[in-house]
Design a protein around this ligand. Structure first.
Ligand code: GDP
Ligand code: PGA
Ligand code: MN
Ligand code: MN
Length: 622
């Protein structure tokens, strides 16, 4: 050991947990300690005892409360600052060396400039707080090329959440040290130092927020927010933004996708990966309970898929996470019984949901009947008939982006293949979004290139998962708009290149779905949830070539009797409107796609232009 380590400020601080020996880690920690100046350091081991002591600490600080042990064992409840409830896309940056590499869809600042700005913010930002050091691994520890990270954070809520969402702690550090593995440094601070004697607040954060990625350096700096997507840096920041840049360089895909196994009545297994924007149905589809008799679903992942080609030429997917960070509202026994069963087993963190008088959680859509009295996500008494005290009667009790954070192994239908570091071979990829019109229930692409076009032109109405207006239509390529760590045109080109290099017969078939078409009164025409199994069945039958499809300008649609609608509660008119496409809506869509492609600049892949021309001419004139 060099003498500087012995003299470091880090070594003079009160410390709990086992000190690492990893040289690069120690070097980085020394720098962080000198800059952020925490009062103490805790090296996380990921144990149950650690969980208990951090919960005690957060309870004492007023950040969380324990839930009723009989209802939600070993679970806690947190209310955030009302201004710290979602991802902050306006404050999210890709600080590539060259601005052009961040592309038109990301915020950019020169790395040196951003480091200057953030170094000032980080200066003393952990005074009065404990710094938690969390070694973690995204994906399996025994993967061929395990992807390590170390998050340093001044939030115990983050440490608890990281323990659920990632492989985190002593075992990971041991492997890192034994193999001398490199790691992605992930620095997080809530940005609220405490000067001597200054009382803490329940949810410390800062109105200045930065979520910053240095893709070349493979480094993440986050400041000012405690909300999951901004602070659990293994998730969106690493497993999507940084990993997408790694994947580009290494020839694989890091995607915003669920992974599921669909099992037919005869036992044939299909593996499906599906990309929908945040709060557009991934977690629900991943845990689907099919309404079609004899079909079953097993869950492999609900938010992120890492996909690589195997030696057999097929595309294999793994889920790098170990937990669900799911949208609470809308999750109930009727829509997602498997998620309800998972959270009822406890060991979970609930954020910004409502509390029942007996210390359990509740949110809109959990039950048909609203409880008469609740405490809402802002801590106010809330009544079913009059809303929150001092608020508007129509205010929901839970925040629309309130979340449950639950270990994945509590999911009753978790696939045994979840534990396989090689992953599962993907038969079908589904893209989707939230569109009240234009996009039909399900469309199959003609081939990979057309499928990439579908993904690249995917669009969706914005949701509460990100700060900003809700319901605004935007393009969201492969549901990755907020998560691509480089230039969007290069990202789509990467998809095209992988397909061009692969054996076309072995590539997954690509589909485009929309569960969210509405009628003129604003009602969803498709019942969704478990009924989406009818679409999955069609997808499976198309993969095996068992059913015909109708060729249209926008792709392959189900024939009149293609979808299994046996026993489905839907009017013939609604079904027709949901499944069919209207040429005029698509003629209107073409210029919108054109304008979207214009933003790509000269890097726009030729193949996309060709696909758009083909669509336009196939649609013809009215
Ligand atoms: P994720 O953020 O992509 O994982 O989306 P979730 O599965 O958590 O769902 C987000 C919201 O959309 C929740 O309120 C769900 O109840 C709702 N949702 C999910 N699937 C469907 C569906 O098939 N139809 C309708 N109408 N809503 C859905
Ligand atoms: P979601 O995950 O996709 O389940 O909403 C969180 C997010 O994307 O912000
Ligand atoms: Mn997500
Ligand atoms: Mn989800």
């Amino acid at each position: 050991m060099s003498t500087t380590v012995g003299l470091s400020l880090r070594n003079s601080l009160p410390t709990t947990g086992d000190q690492p020996t990893h040289p690069r880690l120690l070097e980085w920690l020394d720098k962080v300690v000198e800059l952020c100046r925490p009062d103490a350091i805790h090296y996380c081991d990921g144990s149950d005892e650690e969980w208990d002591s951090l919960v005690d600490l957060l309870v004492a600080a007023g950040t969380v409360q324990r839930l009723n042990e009989d209802r939600k064992p070993n679970s806690i409840y947190a209310r955030t600052d009302p201004d710290d409830v979602a991802r902050v896309e306006d404050s999210t940056f890709i600080c590539s060396v060259d601005e052009r590499d961040a592309g038109p869809t990301n915020n950019w600042m020169a790395p040196a400039e951003m480091k200057r700005v953030m170094t000032q913010l980080y200066d003393g930002c952990m005074v009065g707080r404990t710094m938690y050091v969390m070694p973690f691994c995204m994906g399996h520890l025994d993967a061929k090329d395990p992807k390590f990270g170390v998050e340093v954070s001044d939030s115990a809520y983050v440490a608890l959440s990281m323990r659920i969402m990632t492989r985190m702690g002593a075992e990971v550090l041991r492997v890192m040290e034994e193999t001398g593995a490199d790691f992605v440094p992930c620095l997080h601070s809530v940005g609220m130092p405490l000067s001597d004697g200054q009382p803490d607040v329940a949810w410390p954060c800062n109105s200045t927020k930065y979520i910053v990625h240095f893709p070349e350096e493979r480094m993440i700096w986050s400041y000012g927010s405690g909300y999951g997507g901004n602070s659990l840096l293994g998730k969106k920041c690493y497993a999507l933004r940084i990993a997408s840049a790694m994947a580009r360089d290494e020839g694989w895909l890091a995607e915003h996708m669920l992974i599921l196994k669909l099992i037919s009545p005869t036992g044939r297994e299909y593996h499906i990966a599906a990309a929908f924007p945040s709060a557009c149905g991934k977690t629900n589809l991943a845990m689907l309970q099919p309404t079609v008799p004899g079909w079953r679903v097993e869950t492999l992942g609900d938010d992120i898929a890492w996909m690589r080609f195997g030696e057999d030429g097929r595309l294999y997917a793994t889920n790098p996470e170990t937990g669900f960070f799911g949208v609470a509202p809308g999750t109930g026994a009727a829509t997602n019984p498997n998620a309800m069963a998972a959270i009822d087993r406890g060991n979970s963190i609930f954020t910004n949901v409502a509390l029942t008088p007996d210390g359990d959680v509740w949110w809109e859509g959990m039950t048909k009947e609203k409880p008469a009295v609740l405490t809402d996500w802002k801590g106010r008494t809330w009544r079913a008939e009059s809303g929150p005290e001092g608020g508007r009667p129509d205010e929901t009790a839970a925040h629309p982006n309130s979340r449950f954070c639950t270990p994945i192994d509590q999911c009753p239908i978790l696939s045994p293949d979840y534990d396989n570091p090689e992953g599962v071979p993907i038969d079908a990829i589904i893209f989707g979004g939230r569109r009240e019109n234009t996009v039909p229930l399900v469309t199959q692409s003609r081939d990979w290139r057309h499928g990439v076009f579908m993904g690249a032109t995917c669009s969706s109405e914005s949701t509460a998962a990100a700060k900003g207006a809700v319901g605004v239509l935007r393009r969201d390529p492969m549901a990755m708009l907020p998560f691509i760590g480089y230039h969007v045109a290069d990202y789509v080109q990467h998809w095209l290149n992988l397909g061009a290099k692969a054996d076309a017969d072995k590539l997954p078939k690509i589909f485009y779905v929309n569960w969210f078409r509405r009628d003129s009164s604003g009602r969803f025409m498709w019942p969704g949830f478990g009924e989406n199994s009818r679409v999955l069945k069609w997808v499976a039958e198309r993969v095996d070539g068992l059913v015909d499809a109708v060729e249209t300008p926008i792709g392959l649609l189900p024939t009149d009797d293609g979808l299994d609608v046996d026993g489905l509660d839907i009017s013939a008119d609604d079904l027709h409107d949901v499944v069919r496409y209207q040429p005029q809506e698509w003629r209107d869509e073409v210029p919108r796609i054109g304008r979207w492609f214009d933003t790509f600049g000269w890097r726009l892949p030729r193949d996309l232009v060709d696909e758009l021309r083909q669509l336009e001419s196939a649609l013809g004139q009215p």
